[in-house]
Design a protein around this ligand. Structure first.
Ligand SMILES: [Zn+2]
Ligand SMILES: [Zn+2]
Length: 165
């Protein structure tokens, strides 16, 4: 191998190193992406494992996992409470006159008797269940239209009749 051959090879290999490095940089971005994708998958898999474990052992949680289980329970409780609030709001509207909350399907405000627009609600089975549970509270019958009315209302939501206290 003479000088020029050696030189040529050095240049060539230097070039190789450079192009290899460029490739490495491009590859590193891709690798970072793949790493974060895998990290997300791992998190998801851990979460699924945790959820399955919690589902099976919520009642007999081994002591060493209790600290996590408490967190889960607290968050779940808060989440359910928030969802319930949202559900209640979803089925209610504000009276055009006094601003009181009232069920979407009521025509007259139970607090001030003002006529309101009837809003058609989405029929969802679980809403119906809640409604039935609600109706088990104290009720009375409207003397004018015989509708079952919540005892705390002053006006009948169906016909607007003022109810006797
Ligand atoms: Zn009102
Ligand atoms: Zn009535």
């Amino acid at each position: 191998m003479d000088f020029f051959d050696t030189l040529g090879e050095t240049v060539a290999s230097a070039g190789k190193v450079i192009s290899h490095k460029t490739k490495e940089v491009a590859g590193s971005t891709k690798l970072s992406l793949q790493i974060s994708q895998e990290e997300a998958k791992v998190k998801k898999a851990y979460a699924a494992l945790g959820e399955a474990f919690y589902g099976d052992h919520a009642e007999d949680m081994p002591e060493q996992y209790a600290i996590y289980a408490v967190d889960v329970k607290e968050c779940l409780d808060r989440l359910n409470a928030l969802k319930k609030d949202k559900q209640i709001l979803k089925n209610q509207k504000r009276c055009v006159k006094c601003g009181a909350l009232m069920p979407n399907e009521d025509k007259f405000c139970g607090k001030c008797g003002a006529e309101n627009e009837i809003l058609v609600k989405d029929e969802e089975p679980e809403e119906k269940e809640e409604e039935t549970a609600e109706e088990e509270g104290e009720t009375r019958v409207c003397p004018s239209c015989q509708a079952k009315v919540s005892a705390e209302l002053i006006y009948c939501p169906e016909c607007g009749e003022k109810l006797q206290p």
